[in-house]
Ligand binder design. Structure first.
Ligand code: KIV
Ligand code: NA
Length: 276
């Protein structure tokens, strides 16, 4: 199967084929998702919550992203790997921004970076694009701005907000980003943006008209339940599977059922005699 690349994103939109994207933070999960045929794997800063148990994404560092990206990149044969730029890694100087994005590519082995927002960081976005690093945008509910929004809330419900998101999507396209994530915006606003843009929109809580969808894998698999937003659909209940399997293991171990001969190594009787 051919590798999914930045140009595959654009081609998919032109052909009207939906783009599938999921988060991944480790090698074995990335390998499974890749083998299942997902087009793109996002090493999201959601790893702070899902993998590291933080309350939000703000404590994630560039080194965290690189560490997880390297693992995901080893598991992804076909899928395009995108590394999230964490909070404050693209807000200070242009030089630091390019270095941080560059490290996610060079050390993390990602194919592209994603970052949140537009107007406040447009000069940084242009600089990363100029450095030949593909950039994915992210508008709507941008979790790194949680303290500014005052919580996880749907964005773009007022005329002013909606117009701003449309304007920013066009500005991102103009700046050279190859796709835009739309998070928690009304479905019909996401539809307008999707129709206005030549680059694909990837929705999460943004309805069915986006050119693709992304979910946090642990949400989709039902194995992260600290917080489940309305837009999550659970395609499995791994929480229960994992708990059941674990209880079974403990029980069988205590009852002496596990390990049985099947999972045990032998030794020659003649050698054994000499060991007592
Ligand atoms: O960090 C993340 O997982 C994300 C997606 C939810 C888009 O940014
Ligand atoms: Na993110």
């Amino acid at each position: 199967n051919k590798k999914f690349t930045v140009s595959s994103f654009l081609k998919a939109k032109q052909k009207g084929e939906k783009i599938s994207m999921l988060t991944a933070y480790d090698y074995s999960t990335a390998k499974l998702l890749d083998e299942a045929g997902v087009d793109s794997l996002l090493v999201g800063d959601s790893l702070g919550m899902v993998m590291l148990g933080y309350e939000n994404t703000l404590q994630v560092t560039v080194d965290d992203i690189i560490h997880h990206c390297r693992a995901v990149a080893r598991g992804a044969k076909r899928a395009m790997v995108i590394g999230d730029m964490p909070f404050l890694s693209y807000h200070v100087s242009i030089e630091d921004t390019i270095r941080n994005a560059g490290r996610i590519i060079q050390e993390g082995n990602a194919h592209a970076v994603k970052l949140e927002g537009c107007m406040e960081v447009i000069d940084k976005i242009k600089a990363i694009v100029k450095a030949q690093i593909p950039v994915m945008g992210h508008l709507g509910l941008t979790p790194q701005s949680i303290n500014v929004f005052g919580g996880f809330k749907v964005q773009g419900k007022t005329e002013k907000q909606a117009k701003r998101i449309i304007e920013e999507a066009l500005m991102l396209q103009e700046a050279g980003v190859f796709a835009v994530v739309l998070e928690c915006v009304p479905e019909k606003l996401a539809r307008i943006i999707t129709e206005k843009l030549d680059i694909p929109t990837i929705g999460i809580g943004a309805g069915k008209y986006c050119d693709g969808q992304v979910l946090v894998t642990q949400d989709m698999l039902g194995m992260y339940t600290d917080f489940t937003p309305k837009f999550v659909k659970k395609y499995a209940s791994l929480c229960e599977d994992i708990k059941n399997a674990t209880q079974n293991y403990i029980k069988e171990m205590k009852e002496g059922i596990f390990p049985s001969d099947e999972h045990t190594f032998g030794i020659d009787e003649s050698i054994l005699e000499k060991l007592y």
